[in-house]
Design a protein around this ligand. Structure first.
Ligand code: AMP
Length: 212
């Protein structure tokens, strides 16, 4: 079975961005984002996507049964080291993962302040085609042409779940359901490395933690 690293952090902690940079030019790793998978199902209008959409748009977690079946499909497809981005997000998902024999090597957790999370979400633009993300007002990652994806020329959109009221709900979900995941994994003997996501050198810290 593939080796697994778990990437954790509040919604919009910068997990996807850190991971994209880390994966550039590196072989042998594969990112598994349950959020991207679900968004893809929603945009294709599949039955699974239709079931998930209401939860996602209102900032709630999608039921565990749906998520566990997605993960078991991924596990049977790859020999690369899998980096789980956004899974497990509940203690029940941790239990299901461990009982399926998936024992992660480590957890890398990005810690970012809530105010920064809410600001980032409100400023984010998203490409529905290639999933790239940009900033709208902050200089940090603006697209070359306003509102257009640099990579595939598609029109950029705002994600429904990036609205401030939905981000707040997502943070509530994170504190009540996802925060306990860290203890559940620690108790299972899996090392949890916590990184300061507000630190300007976070990319370097992230690389070190991933390669440790
Ligand atoms: P993300 O892009 O990872 O923040 O995920 C977007 C949304 O997809 C979340 O707010 C949840 O509604 C849903 N989702 C993604 N991964 C999971 C998961 N492991 N468990 C439950 N819901 C999830």
């Amino acid at each position: 079975m593939s080796e697994v690293i778990i990437l954790m952090g509040k919604p919009n902690a910068g997990k996807g961005t850190r991971l994209e940079k880390f994966l550039k030019g590196r072989e042998g790793y594969r990112a598994v984002s349950t959020g991207d998978f679900l968004r893809n199902e929603v945009s294709k209008g599949t039955e699974l996507g239709m079931k998930a959409k209401g939860y996602m748009d209102s900032g709630k977690l999608v039921p565990d049964e749906i998520i566990n079946s997605i993960i078991s499909n991924f596990m049977s497809q790859s020999d690369d080291t899998l980096i789980f981005d956004g899974y497990p997000r509940t203690v029940a998902q941790v239990e299901s993962m461990l009982s399926a024999g998936i024992i992660p090597e480590k957890v890398v957790c990005l810690d970012v302040d809530d105010e920064i999370i809410i600001e980032r979400a409100a400023d984010r633009l998203y490409c529905p085609e290639c999933k790239a993300t940009y900033t709208e007002k902050s200089q940090f990652a603006q697209p070359k042409v306003a509102g257009v994806c640099d990579k595939c020329n598609s029109k950029l959109i705002k994600r429904e779940d990036d609205k401030p009221e939905v981000t707040k709900k997502r943070l509530d979900e994170y504190f009540s359901k996802t925060e306990p995941v860290k203890d559940a994994l620690t108790n299972a003997g899996i090392p949890v490395l916590i990184l300061d996501g507000n630190n300007p050198s976070v990319d370097e810290l992230f690389e070190k933690a991933m390669e440790l």
